[in-house]
Design a protein around this ligand. Structure first.
Ligand SMILES: C[S@@+](CC[C@H](N)C(=O)[O-])C[C@H]1O[C@@H](n2cnc3c(N)ncnc32)[C@H](O)[C@@H]1O
Length: 388
């Protein structure tokens, strides 16, 4: 499986699309807004000096499609306009008058539904025209940028801010020793309770390589003092086999596929050759990897939890209606993420059946515990020394 060719969220804006089912990442965008605002404010005062180039370059990596892509653009723009407004009030002689415009890049893999994003940009312009009449003028030019964030995307020293949400847990590939059959993960699709320690190490190593590569590439592309705000699914426990959380959700999907194997709807070999290009790190994993190459200072790192059910916003530990929550997890969240990968590997004939079984398994799990995803958010700034 070539990840950059097959990984995409469900396209369009129909009932099963990602655009219609991206409430979970939307909640993360809202939750991490203060950290993004802080990074922009710091960037504004420290990097955009009076002799600044006038253009601030911002990129959202793994923007996907639907309302969240636009939400990021409008959040960044409203924070920058607020910075300009404050400066106008504080200081007649605008120190940062050099900032004339924002160039915004929306990045994702080539299979992403960029057409939907481009069509919806009109809504963003409508939003912009609804801003206060006395808002400082700050034009924003938005462009799509197809390509993997595990490759170079920008010229050296050209980007001020990278943002990425709910994307970095996707790896550049499934570990090669699983793809080529040197090792088997049997009926698991990610790290499950029966995954062997060797296979756990393969997933860990893939993450280590990919995350370090990501940091090194972005280091080259950022201006000195440039910022990155990255949000991705993680895990609470440092102990790999007590993975729980997001690992449990993938185990339930694996069990749903196993039940289709038992019914003769899916071939056993098909399941054993299906693994996710995925890894959920702990906060300590992330801190250690950032420290290893010393390219970035960690301004802030935090972990928060988000209910599995995208429509459940409560803080309580009770799931009021397990059946409807199971349905929401399956069909209003995970299906939009997994549909293209499942279709690519197993064909589309099993889709509806698979997600009926999965919804019921999730409901049963929620009867035992209110499951939550740990989400890591980290804010980094480019340290003032060159790459080794
Ligand atoms: C769950 S979506 C999150 C989208 C959006 N940021 C949001 O908050 O709703 C993850 C996105 O990351 C993209 N992605 C995964 N790996 C990528 C890579 N190597 N390069 C660029 N985009 C990638 C996927 O195609 C997908 O659109």
């Amino acid at each position: 499986m070539k990840v950059e060719k097959v990984l995409r969220m469900a396209t369009g804006d129909g009932g099963n699309s990602y655009a219609a089912n991206s409430r979970l990442p939307e909640k993360a965008l809202i939750k991490t807004r203060p950290m993004l605002e802080k990074a922009i404010q710091d960037l504004y005062t420290s990097t955009l000096t009076p002799q600044g180039q006038g253009i601030m370059v911002v990129a959202d990596l793994g923007c996907s499609t639907g309302p969240n892509a636009l939400l990021v653009v409008s959040e960044v723009m409203s924070t920058l306009r607020e910075c300009l407004r404050r400066e106008e009030m504080d200081d007649d002689d605008r120190r940062h008058g050099g900032m004339a415009a924002v160039q915004f890049f929306l990045n994702d893999l080539p299979g992403n539904d960029f057409n939907l994003v481009f069509r919806s940009l009109e809504n963003l312009q409508n939003l912009a025209s609804e801003t206060e009449a006395d808002d400082p003028e700050l034009p924003c030019y938005v462009a799509g940028l197809p390509g993997s964030f595990y490759t170079r995307l920008f010229p050296s020293n050209s980007v001020h801010l990278f943002h990425s949400s709910y994307s970095l847990m996707w790896q550049s590939k499934v570990p090669e020793d699983l793809t080529n059959g040197s090792h088997l993960n049997e009926e698991n699709i990610y790290i499950g309770k029966t995954t062997s320690p060797t296979v756990v190490t393969l997933f860990q190593e893939q993450f280590r390589k990919d995350f370090k590569l990501f940091l090194a590439l972005r280091y080259k592309e950022l201006v000195l003092g440039g910022r990155m705000v990255l949000t991705f699914l993680g895990r609470k426990s440092g102990e790999m086999l007590m993975h729980g959380e997001v690992g449990t959700m993938w185990e339930l999907l694996a069990k749903s596929l196993q039940s289709l194997v038992q019914k003769g709807r899916v071939k056993k070999e098909k399941l054993s050759s299906f693994n996710l290009p995925y890894y959920a790190p702990s906060v300590n994993d992330v801190k250690a990897l950032v420290k290893e190459d010393n390219l970035f200072n960690v301004d802030h790192i935090d972990l928060f939890e988000s209910n599995w059910d995208p429509l459940d916003d409560s803080d309580s530990d009770v799931v009021p209606d397990c059946e409807s929550s199971g349905e929401n997890v399956a069909n209003k969240s995970i299906r939009a993420v997994m549909e293209p990968l499942i279709v690519e590997h197993f064909g589309d004939a099993i889709l509806d059946e698979l997600f009926v079984v999965f919804a019921s398994m999730v409901s049963k799990h929620l009867e035992i515990t209110k499951a939550k995803y740990p989400v890591i958010v980290v804010s980094l700034n480019k340290a003032g020394h060159p790459l080794n």
